[in-house]
Design a protein around this ligand. Structure first.
Ligand SMILES: [Zn+2]
Length: 325
């Protein structure tokens, strides 16, 4: 509302209304409209540049970003599941597989080692959502590394298992003659009376009585290193090198069934019982060497004896009888 202005007229001694000029009135209206338009336009510009009002494009972009965030959340959940499965495999690897094959467990720090040095996630930095992208990438990198380490560990285990299998097949583990009721065991390892001099003498192997011509079997996988009668007292004898420091010796044979250099498997027929060399009656004299020392063969029949049979054999082998040499 425009103010009504008055002036004092000395002629009439009264106040009179000032009538505004028409042109001035129109100018004022024009200025008012122009000011309002400018003000409105400025307000609109400000509004469009703030968050309060979004353009359709902005709205669609915002929806897209929210969708990305949701997808990252789902991916993170999946990664968490992967981490759990991997942790379980690593646990079994360290505490069962590696333990069983006597390999040292792989330390946690080594399995989960990060990536030190330069910031490899630099290119992902500097955006609103950099954090979730960098975290997910880091997490995946660690999972990837864990998988590589785990895979290498399993390769190692497979190799060790193969080696162990070979070792188990090589170590002497059965009796060298068929001895189902254990009646063939005649004399054990230890101090025994010499069949010829009757003096007490160390008997370095085990004697198995058996009729001449009874089959003799290799007690583990290996290679025949000797099949001759050039070793004093043993008569016709065979030596098999099993590797891992193990050698077995079979003495007083009547006949060979193998030749030097031949590879044999456990249970292969290598020769026949006889009475050659320093022997009182047909029998097999059997010795087991470990790293050049002759050791008690009684501990190397576990492949063919039950616990009960082993007990019986142990009892019998410990009797201080006369050996057949
Ligand atoms: Zn003997």
């Amino acid at each position: 509302m425009s103010k009504v202005k008055y002036y004092y007229d000395p002629d009439t001694l009264s106040y009179r209304k000032i009538e505004p000029k028409k042109s001035k009135k129109y100018r004022n209206i024009f200025l008012f409209v122009l000011g309002s338009a400018l003000f409105g336009f400025l307000g609109l510009v400000i509004l469009l540049n703030t968050k309060w009002v979004n353009t359709p494009k902005e709205l669609s972009l915002e929806r897209e970003v929210r969708n990305y965030e949701l997808q990252f959340e789902i991916l993170n959940k999946k990664m968490e599941q992967m981490e759990q499965v991997l942790a379980n495999i690593e646990d079994r690897d360290n505490n069962i597989y590696r333990l069983y094959f006597e390999a040292n467990p792989i330390p946690e720090e080594q399995r989960k080692a990060g990536f030190g040095g330069i910031n490899r996630y630099k290119s992902l930095d500097g955006f609103n959502n950099s954090d979730i992208i960098i975290n997910a990438t880091k997490r995946l990198d660690i999972i990837q590394k864990q998988m590589v380490i785990q895979s290498k560990s399993l390769d190692e285990i497979a190799k060790l298992a193969e080696e162990k299998e070979k070792l188990l097949a090589s170590i002497p583990a059965i009796q060298p003659v068929s001895n189902e009721d254990l009646t063939r065991m005649a004399s054990g390892y230890g101090w025994r009376s010499d069949p010829f001099t009757k003096a007490r003498k160390m008997h370095w192997g085990m004697d198995f009585t058996a009729p001449r011509g009874s089959p003799i079997y290799a007690t583990g996988d290996g290679k025949v290193t000797r099949a001759d009668n050039q070793s004093s007292g043993y008569g016709k004898h065979i030596r098999i090198d099993h590797g891992y420091g193990y050698i077995t010796l079979y003495g007083h044979l009547s006949k060979y069934n193998v030749t030097v250099g031949q590879k044999v498997r456990r249970g292969d027929l290598i020769g026949f019982v006889g009475n050659t060399g320093r022997s009182e009656a047909p029998h097999l004299h059997y010795e087991v060497f470990k790293d050049g020392e002759r050791i008690n063969p009684i501990n190397f029949y576990y492949g063919s004896l039950t616990a009960e049979e082993f007990e019986n054999m142990l009892k019998f082998a410990n009797q201080e009888n006369q050996s057949l040499d």
